[in-house]
Design a protein around this ligand. Structure first.
Ligand code: ZN
Length: 183
C-alpha cells in the first residue's frame, strides 16, 4: 500500500507542479477576501488541478487556493460529478458534538491524520454565479468544507491531528468513515 501511494504521489508531482506542500509558508498564511470576478477565475484554476489530480489518484474532493500558492479565500469541491466554487466562505455556526475522520490532503502527500471536527456546520459563501448561499451541512460534507475552510485560515489537517495519529496512508481512502471515537 505504501509503495503504491508513493508511486501515485510521484505521478502527481510530475503532473501537478502548481501544488505546494507542507513546509511552504503559504499553507500557514491566512488568506485575503477576494472579488467575485477574481474568485471565479481562481476557482477555474483550482477546478482544473483538482480534476487532473482525480484522474491520477482516483479520489480527491477539494482543493483550496493556498494549495496552488494563491493566498486568497477560494476553494473548490468535486461533488455530484461537478466542480463547485466557494468564494469567501465563512463558517458561521457549528455543532458542539464532534466526530473523527482520517483525512488526506494533496499538500501533505501520502500522510494522513485523524482529525476531530464538529459534526455539522453552517457555512456562508458566494458561488461561481455570484449567488450568496448560507446552508447547514452534516456528515461528509461538513467534514470536507471544514478541511477546505481551514486551509483559508492557514491551517492544515496535520496541525489539527489528534496526537499520535499522523501516519503513512495505509488504508484505502475511499473506505474511510466518520467515527464517533478516536482510532
Ligand atoms: Zn487539504
Amino acid at each position: 500500500m505504501i509503495k503504491q501511494s508513493i508511486s501515485t504521489f510521484s505521478k502527481i508531482l510530475d503532473a501537478l507542479p502548481e501544488i505546494v506542500y507542507v513546509g511552504n509558508p503559504i499553507l500557514r498564511t491566512k488568506t485575503k477576501r477576494v472579488s467575485i470576478r477574481k474568485g471565479i477565475q481562481i476557482g477555474k484554476q483550482l477546478g482544473k488541478s483538482l480534476l487532473r489530480y482525480r484522474s491520477i489518484a482516483g479520489y480527491g474532493r477539494g482543493l483550496a487556493a493556498p494549495q496552488i500558492g494563491v493566498a486568497q479565500s477560494v476553494f473548490v469541491t468535486y461533488l455530484d460529478n461537478i466542480v463547485h466554487t466557494y468564494i469567501n466562505p465563512v463558517i458561521v455556526d457549528r455543532s458542539k458534538k464532534y466526530n473523527y475522520f482520517k483525512e488526506l490532503c494533496l499538500s501533505a502527500g501520502i500522510f494522513s491524520a485523524d482529525v476531530k471536527r464538529p459534526e455539522w456546520i453552517v457555512m456562508k459563501w458566494t458561488d461561481e454565479n455570484a449567488v450568496v448561499h448560507q446552508e447547514r451541512f452534516d456528515g461528509f460534507l461538513a467534514r470536507l468544507y471544514q478541511h477546505e475552510e481551514a486551509h483559508l485560515r492557514g491551517v492544515v489537517h496535520l496541525d489539527q491531528a489528534e496526537p499520535g495519529t499522523i501516519e503513512f496512508t495505509s488504508t484505502n481512502p475511499l473506505l474511510e468513515k466518520l467515527r464517533t471515537k478516536k482510532t
